[in-house]
Design a protein around this ligand. Sequence first.
Ligand SMILES: Nc1ncnc2c1ncn2[C@@H]1O[C@H](COP(=O)(O)OP(=O)(O)OP(=O)(O)O)[C@@H](O)[C@H]1O
Length: 244
Amino acid sequence: MLAVEGLTKRFGGFTAVQGVSFTVAEGEILGLLGPNGSGKSTTFNCIAGMLRPTAGSVRFAGREIGGLPADEVCRRGIGRTFQIPRPFRHLTLLENALLAAHYGAGGAITQAEAEARARDALRLAQLPDDAHATVAGLGAAGLKKLELARALATRPRLLLADESLGGLDAAEMRAAAEMLKRIRDERGITIVWVEHIMGVLLSVVDRVVVLDHGAVIFEGTPQAAQEDPKVAEVYLGPPEARAA
Ligand SMILES: Nc1ncnc2c1ncn2[C@@H]1O[C@H](COP(=O)(O)OP(=O)(O)OP(=O)(O)O)[C@@H](O)[C@H]1O
């Protein structure tokens, strides 16, 4: 469904992503892992149209999308969440989701249809879908849910989830991971989940790609990732430096 090939992104003289290639199959949950600064968000933003790749190709559903603007990528069926939720705080949850539904449809749906999509997305994210629920009072976990609902309201076939777990406690992390799994299982939405926290992600993803210094250093099953010495080294440091 998604094929990233030779993706490279330079910022001036600095190469943040260098020749990254991976594919995502329909219905799969792929975990994109890597330590801070390894190029995950840059890769993600090149797919989602927030950044224009310096080189390489991004194909979605058989068509090149590399370099298309974010709104066009969204209309083609790729929804995304942001690492730092920035909802419209003066609007209700429903209004936030409604705006996302219109954005995802490029303004081509009726208000009734947008409302149906918005309510469905809020329910999927386990948020109230009544007209009065407000953003005020949502904690970190609630804001992440709203971020997810806004992405779902755009009716994506592929969901790019950016670091959904930062700032959550262990129980909230498990619940968030289960929610992504449920969205895939119930709706068949393909998911690329970007995270630097490895533990809980490995329990729900089908496959893992690990980046380090802008390049892919591992691709395989979650089990194999846990046993891979290169993955252990970027996460835990060289063997001699690890605590016994
Ligand atoms: N707009 C930019 N201009 C210059 N350098 C950038 C820019 N965006 C990212 N970088 C650099 O590119 C590298 C990769 O950053 P990126 O945000 O993609 O990493 P990441 O793996 O997502 O990290 P994190 O887990 O901290 O979000 C970093 O060294 C970062 O400082």
